[in-house]
Structures are given as C-alpha cells and as structure tokens.
Design a protein around this ligand. Structure first.
Ligand code: BGC
Length: 245
C-alpha cells in the first residue's frame, strides 16, 4: 500500500480539499478535509491553506494539486475563477518553497479527467474521450487512447457570441433563476458544439452537478454517448494524486 499512497489537493473557487489516495484503487486512504478558499484567493493566502491542509494529515511527501486555471510547466497562465494575481506565478515553486517537497500542479479538469480515465466512467475506453466539468466554471480534459492533451480550456469557446461558461456552468443555474430545462438546453447546445468540432467517442460530464444527472442527462441529445462522471467530487483530488511526483 505504501508505494501507491499519494496525496491529492483540489483548489477550487469555494473550497480547498485534500486527502491521501490509494492510487491502485482510486479510493481515499483517509478522510477528506475541506477548507474554505480564502477571499481574495491570492497566492499567499491559498499557499497558507494548502500547508495547513497537509499539516492536518502530517503529510511530508510530494503532493499533486488540481488548480482551476491553465498551468503550463508549473506556471499559472489564466485566472477565470481565482485571484488575478496568480497569473505568471510558478505555483509549483511557490508551494515547494513553503513545504520543502516536490509538487506537481495541473489544471483541475485535467486532474478530474485523469481520475475518470484511470478509475471511472472512461476507464478502458479507447479513442477520443472528452471530459467536461460543470461547476463554478466549465473545465475540459481531452484524451486520445488515455493520453491527455493538457489545458484545452473548452469552457471558454464562444457560443452565440458568449463565453460558454457564462451560460452553461452549473453555477449559472444556481445563481440565476434558470430552470433545469432551460439550463439543460444550454448544456446540450454546448455539447453539440464540442461534438461538431472534436467528434469524440465518449463525453463524460463531471463536476458536482453530475450527482443530479437524472435531472438533465436523459435530455441531452448529442450523437456521442454522454455519461456522468463516476468519481464526482473526488475526481480532482484523485487525479491530482495520480499526477503527483
Ligand atoms: C478555467 C479552467 C478550469 C475551469 C474549472 C475555467 O474557468 O478557465 O482552467 O478548469 O474553470 O475550474
């Protein structure tokens, strides 16, 4: 068990969550802990929380972190749902300096996708798999034969002249008084647009909303098979742990 035990952290717009993960089974090897994301979610404030989280578990090894932005070679390049001051920060170096261990930081949807491909709804699926996470924003992860193309950012494609995330993220349904059926139509249009561009073999819908699959899943009309994520809210943590150094 010891060699397959890794630690995953999921930094989100509202919570910073983490747990040790058994990377053989994709299951948590300890009870998940959650802290409220500090506001403003600046680099220093988020680093403090990540350190506190690791202290809670007395975790001294390397760490994988799912982060809600484009992260290329450790550097944060966008900030749609996190404080703007992150842009240009080498988050892997920042965390490593504070903790004295190696960190691997990757986009949160990429992490969730890795978990679904390894343990969940896209396990053993060949060909092109598209994972979209509908939450505060929309994240995407694209795989071909299990190999990730990182940082695809398909939540920001324009549909009808608007950023898709503004219309179809789960938060939009919760914030505005948008009915399930209206929101489902937006999601359906979004998925059709992606389908027409990418022709995936399977689409996996993740994010917290996937637990309400029965309220919208059956009304989606793409030709491509669409299934709910299997790991739901744990996918980010599990995928981050899988990607950990
Ligand atoms: C960000 C993505 C992120 C997604 C989900 C989007 O606004 O641009 O990088 O994966 O939200 O958190």
């Amino acid at each position: 068990m010891a060699d397959v035990l890794r630690f995953g952290v999921d930094v989100g717009g509202s919570g910073v969550k983490g747990a040790p993960v058994d990377c053989d089974t994709g299951e948590f090897a300890g009870e998940r802990q959650r802290f409220v994301t500090p506001q403003p979610s600046t680099p220093d404030a988020v680093t403090d929380i990540v350190v506190e989280l690791l202290d809670r578990f007395d975790w001294k090894g390397p760490v994988g972190v799912a982060f809600p932005a484009v992260v290329r070679a450790g550097v944060v390049l966008t900030a749609a749902n996190i404080d703007q001051s992150w842009i240009g920060v080498n988050v892997e170096e920042l965390f490593a300096k504070r903790r004295g261990v190696a960190f691997r930081v990757l986009n949160d949807a990429d992490a969730a996708g890795l978990a679904e491909v390894r343990f969940g709804a896209a396990r053993d699926v060949d060909g092109v798999v598209l994972v979209v996470t509908l939450g505060t924003g929309i994240g995407s992860a694209l795989f071909n034969d299990g190999v990730l193309v990182p940082n695809t950012e398909l939540g920001h494609i324009e549909i009808g002249g608007q950023d898709a995330e503004i219309k179809a993220a789960a938060r939009q349904r919760e914030l505005g008084e948008v009915s399930w059926s209206r929101w489902t139509k937006r999601v359906d249009r979004y998925l059709h647009t992606l389908e027409d561009l990418l022709w995936p073999d399977l689409i996996v819908v993740g994010g917290g909303i996937s637990k309400n699959w029965d309220r919208f899943g059956p009304d989606l009309t793409t030709r491509t098979k669409v299934v709910p994520a299997a790991l739901r809210n744990s996918a980010g943590i599990v995928g981050a742990a899988v990607a950990s150094p």
